[in-house]
Design a binder for this molecule. Sequence first.
Ligand code: ANZ
Length: 870
Amino acid sequence: APTYDVRAVQEKWLKVWAELDPFRRRDDGRERRYLVDMYPYPSGDLHMGHAEAWALGDVIARWWFQRGYDVLHPVGWDSFGLPAENAAIRRGENPAAWTEANIATQAESFRRYAVSFDWSTRLHTHDPEYYRWTQWLFLTLYEHGLAYRRSSPVNWCPGDRTVLANEQVVGGRCERCGAEVTRRELTQWYFRTTAYAQRLLDDLVGLAGRWPDRVLAIQRNWIGRSAGAEIDFAVPGRSAPVTVFTTRPDTVFGATFLAVAPDSPLAAELAELGSPGARAAGADNAGAAGAAGAVAAGPDRRADLDRHLLGVRRLSELDRQAESRPGSGVFLGVYAVNPVTGRRIPIWAADHVLADHGTGVVMGVPGQDQRDWAFATAFGLPIVRTVQPPADFAGEAYPGEGPAVNSANDRLDLDGLAVAEAGAAVIGWLESTGAGRAAVSYRLRDWLISRQRYWGAPIPIVHCPRDGEVPVPLDELPVRLPDLRGDEIQPAGVSPLAAADWVAVTCPRCGGPARRDTDTMDTFVDSSWYFLRYPSPHEAGRPFDPAAVDRWGPVDQYVGGSDHATGHLLYARFVTKVLHDLGQLPFAEPFRALLCQGEVINSGRGMSKSLGNGIDLGEQIGAYGVDAVRLTMVFAGPPEEDKDWADLSPGGSLRFLHRAWRLAGEVTSAPGADPAAGDVELRRVTHRTIREADRLLELRRFNVLVARVMELVNAARRAVDAGPGPADPGPDAGRGPDAGRGPDAGRGPDAGRGSADPAVREAVETVAVLLSLVAPYTAEEMWERLGHRPTVALAGWPAADPELAAEPAVTAVVQVDGRVRARLSVPPGIDEAQLREQALADPVVARAVGATPVRAVVVRPPRLVNIVLG
Ligand code: ANZ
């Protein structure tokens, strides 16, 4: 069978498209649609994962183009970041060279991959004209108290020698290099994401059904709201009480110890208080001996704590929280007073308590909490049950429901109350006595945004010995990266920028000598706002043109990996909300809908260098062509599912594309021929396919759409081969435009008996337009063979004729007391109420029922109605 030369066809249409530039957004007032694919990181050429994501996103964008929307489908690169920096160190270069070479390669590959980009929107985050505005974003947050610097224990990656955000630590390891992450006390910059915790949570509701449930669940869990109470425990010898956060205020009668995070300033302070040298200050809290007022030499609790800390620093946050691990801790030599029992309870430092969660202090309730049970057992602390376990309970701590026990004092009696009631009673009592309050805590932490690396946007702050932190004035942005290379950017634990001459500046406020901040921003800051820059990528005096953002934002469809659920997708939501609150954006959510593609795997496993099972995109395209690779990606299954390349057949995709293309060469009716005179059965298939296409695209069931197009090709093939006979084309019934040229030359009129049927033309044109969403080269080639001018991409979406698209009627049987009284012709999609109504309204049925009361009507659409009389 004739085929086309894949490579030649690609070359041919690339030239035509470059000239036509069909995918420019027009800003012409038509209804608009905005689609963004998560922009790529330029590490080498495009790979199979890119091929999948952009094939899927392009289906939607190209559908919108066909539907006549003004579409913005931009392209850009996430071009700051570590791989470029590491490559530059290896090569002794500046990272820009490697980065820009890769961008050029990827841009070329994207063009060849025929993604419907508006190339005029192109942006790169390492471009000073872009990062000028990333710095502006930093300063805007800084100005509003949402960017700040503090010293705290942070995640440290010994491999990359930089700090990591919590979102970049996966299972205790660096997301990028896999090294085990440790903790270090460092002064770092943060964005105050916690100020938006509740809003970030609340607004997830509006995304339901438009974002994958899984991503919503991950975000909800990451924000981790828990409601409970703060309870103040007085500490004799200390002016302020120690406050705990608990989700179980009902258990406070069972709090037999407090546990503080060993790496918190509070632990150090309490150890000081509990050590002999501190006796004078804490007369009532005289260490383990508890001999009030006595000055005696006792254990040095500070030394104990320091020893304990050595072990703690080796643990990740995850390890510290693991229930399976026997916790460890040290007594701090200090006591607190349980506000409901009045008893003195010891204060320990315990490594399962995290410094930056809740208040960094836990009340230990061994009766109800298994970790506390283990801790109490290990260290001989008392255990008091305050919830009665069921009779058959054989475990240790009992975390479940049950009546409160051992929970009464002379002013508060919880005994017999259920967990929720008891909790509410405790909160009421605490609030009336001033010893506590209802409180909410979030798992979400502030976003650590500073990095001790070179290839990122410099933090636009100057440190002045006189004026402290001074923001760089907006008109002095961008703070450009100095041109460093190779050795000069070796990671050393402090930013390579610290060693550059660049550091010395004059203070913008006092004019005295000062130093630049030497950290750069996490690249996730760059990507937290790029979708706001796309509508006006060349805007000079501000980050974006408000009118452009107003017209195009928010993004109608975002496409990218669900691995960004807790990082990028949360950061982008945060930044959008901040800018919204500052009156800069009319919307508070950046992405109306989110499509997360699955992974492309091979033989059941993720592709990786170590497994050696990588599939090279360039080779696949070389062997089968762009269209076959795109079609394979789209046809492989639902977009969100993983696609195992070993199970797929790009060769089969190519054979199908050739079949479709051959049909286009066999059509002999003229463009514009009226299909009404054609084969009505084929027309029904065509119009049902069109009607289904919109629904399937709406539902993002692209694979099913491809299956329908394949069926339409088969139907058209049958119609050609078995048509009513070779109609005489006549002198002016146009022949296929290929007649007389191309590999199919002369095939047109003799091809099949149905070649001249205008319904065949209608079917094949429909195939070309639908296929243009997936296989743009083949579709273009077909369109040309059908006698049309390029580009098929903007040919316009076909409209389904409702009559032709209607499913053929089916027969519904109506029985009255078991006897068939009527047969109704009904649409197959009829619903229960409609069918019931139609059955009861039938005159024969009405007569059979007469005046007898109807006891029941059993309706089984579309085929059966059974009326039972009383
Ligand atoms: C007493 C208690 C009794 C608790 C009980 C639980 C069960 P989330 O939802 O994670 O906020 N907690 C509080 N602060 C902590 C910290 N800094 N590090 C480790 N654990 C901490 O859970 C809150 C619960 O986790 C709190 O409620 C506290 O233990 C613990 F039967 O208080 B609970």
